[in-house]
Write a protein of this length. Structure first.
Ligand SMILES: [Zn+2]
Length: 58
């Protein structure tokens, strides 16, 4: 039973000069030099995580 509509809450964290995306599910993206890039990773994760078809099934 899911209380919240979106179990994947993504945030971006800065590490020095790098930025990386993090999710409430425990997922974390690669370190990016651009915060905009990290945001893209977060958006891409939440999209594929909530829609299995977008993950690229064989
Ligand atoms: Zn997630």
């Amino acid at each position: 039973m899911h209380a919240e509509a979106s179990p994947h809450t993504t945030t971006t964290t800065e590490r020095g000069s790098f930025a990386l995306a993090r999710c409430s599910c425990g997922w974390s993206g690669p370190a990016r030099r651009s915060r905009d890039r990290a945001r893209t990773d977060a958006a891409d994760h939440s999209r594929t995580a909530t829609d299995p078809a977008a993950a690229g099934e064989p």
